[in-house]
Design a protein around this ligand. Structure first.
Ligand code: GUN
Ligand code: ZN
Length: 436
């Protein structure tokens, strides 16, 4: 099948050039009410007012007319566990018990490669149906769980990061690797997948309690040996987890110091949660160049605590937004922003629609060090985008009909929206999902 080299998308375009911050800096975004996105060979050629597109460009192009709909860069979900899709909404436990009671049994079922393949295909479809085009994804300890996810992502041309969980202690025997074996498996997966098309490998020590010092040491060595590799883990999510880390690593000054000691907190390292960090740790995280994933749905669902978005950003930490499925209860980045707004409210702070939508798009790309490729409509970026309906239910339509400003409309969309609002999702300029 040949695909047209040129495509034009007409709709209400919104994208970010920088973090608008708490002050909603108007220089940080562009909105074109009757906008045009010119795509050439899967990349953004130009974005601006429809009337300002160069004359003649429409003649050889396929036009996708989404007038009246909002067109955003594809959402970037900075933290999720694809094998946990089936245990979303599991009752009544906090982090460590929840892992033992629900998560580890679900991940153990991935010993069966067909379970991994089925779930990977399911999750990739769900991500597209929610407008998410890039994610940083935990697999399980089984190497074939990474093969399954990357194969499903590659079949759709998606830009994705994934890694095999490293876990050589304090977990069920059927989910345990060894320090050397886990690294050897990771190395084989890196050779197979890292840099293949749009895929990138992310080394994935689950969290400090489930890796021996030796495994963390080898992981840091591997990370340092290949400049383009990513790393993802969890940091300072739950008070009992913090106590446990103190017992397991008595000579280290803090939880963050465990990762820093082994070289696991530099650029392209993404630490989920970072809830219980003091000011000195926030500064130290920033100085190393690592990023934090804000997972508000998970903060609330597991009762872990409240992410300190603005103190972390003010300290200079890169922040992306994550669903943290299955401790988060939805794949929707709009629903995740809804939870994020409430997490900020409980701390006497705000999350505006502008700042929220930045975090869900360009902010995530920056946290993953991929902003040169995705996250905005700047020329040369890969043409991943989502088309959203403003009002997908009678209540949403009523609310939208009473909104008087763009900010009010965006905020209502961020609070009320979910996958029902996703009209279509495009990957590399091609339609990859269309609402039935
Ligand atoms: N910490 C270690 N493993 C996990 C996990 O699977 N989910 C969450 N939310 N936190 C973790
Ligand atoms: Zn997680």
């Amino acid at each position: 099948m040949t695909t047209p080299a040129h495509r034009l998308v007409r709709g209400q375009l919104l994208h970010f050039l920088a973090d608008p911050g708490m002050g909603d800096d108007p220089a940080a975004w562009q909105f074109f009410d009757d906008g045009g996105l010119w795509i050439r060979d899967g990349r953004i050629q130009a974005a601006g007012p429809w009337a300002a597109l160069p004359p003649g460009v429409g003649e050889s192009a396929t036009v996708h007319d989404y007038r009246g709909h909002l067109v955003l860069p594809g959402f970037v979900d900075c933290h999720l566990h694809y094998p946990q899709a089936g245990v979303i909404a599991s009752y009544g436990r906090q982090l460590l018990d929840w892992l033992n009671d629900y998560v580890f049994p679900a991940e153990a079922r991935f010993a069966d490669a067909s379970e991994a393949e089925r779930t990977a295909a399911f999750v990739v479809r769900r991500l597209l149906a929610h407008g998410t085009t890039t994610a940083s994804v935990f697999a399980t300890v089984h190497p074939h769980s990474v093969d399954a996810f990357f194969a499903a992502a590659e079949a759709r041309g998606l830009r994705m990061l994934c890694g095999k969980v490293l876990m050589d202690r304090n977990c069920p025997a059927d989910l345990r690797d060894t320090a050397a074996g886990g690294i050897a498996d990771s190395l084989r997966l890196i050779e197979r997948w890292h840099g293949r098309g749009r895929l990138r490998y992310s080394l994935t020590p689950r969290f400090a309690p489930t890796s021996s010092p030796e495994q963390l040491r080898l992981c840091g060595e591997l990370l340092a040996s290949q400049p383009g590799l990513h790393l993802q883990t969890h940091l300072a999510e739950n008070p009992c987890e913090l106590d446990w880390v103190r017992q397991l690593f008595p000579t280290r000054g803090s939880y963050l110091d465990v990762y820093q000691h082994y070289g696991l907190a530099g650029p392209r390292s993404l630490h989920a949660h970072c809830i219980h960090l003091d000011a000195a740790e926030r500064r130290s995280l920033a100085a190393g160049g690592a990023a934090a994933a804000f997972c508000p749905g998970s903060n609330l669902f597991l009762g872990s605590g409240l992410f300190r978005l603005h103190p972390l950003k003010q300290a200079g930490v890169w922040v992306g937004l994550g669903t943290d499925v299955g401790a988060g209860t939805s794949f929707s980045m709009l629903q995740t922003l809804n939870e994020g707004y409430k997490v900020q409210q409980l701390q006497g702070e705000k999350l505006s629609a502008r700042e929220g939508l930045y975090q869900a798009t360009l902010g995530g790309a920056e946290a993953l060090q991929l902003a040169g490729r995705i996250g905005s409509f700047q020329p040369g970026r890969e043409a991943d985008f989502v088309v959203l309906e403003w009002g997908a239910t009678p209540l949403q339509q009523l609310r939208q009909s009473q909104a008087r400003t763009l900010d009010d409309r965006l905020f209502a969309l961020m609070m009320q929206g979910d996958d029902r609002n996703v009209v279509a999702t495009y990957v590399n300029g091609e339609q990859a999902y269309r609402r039935p």
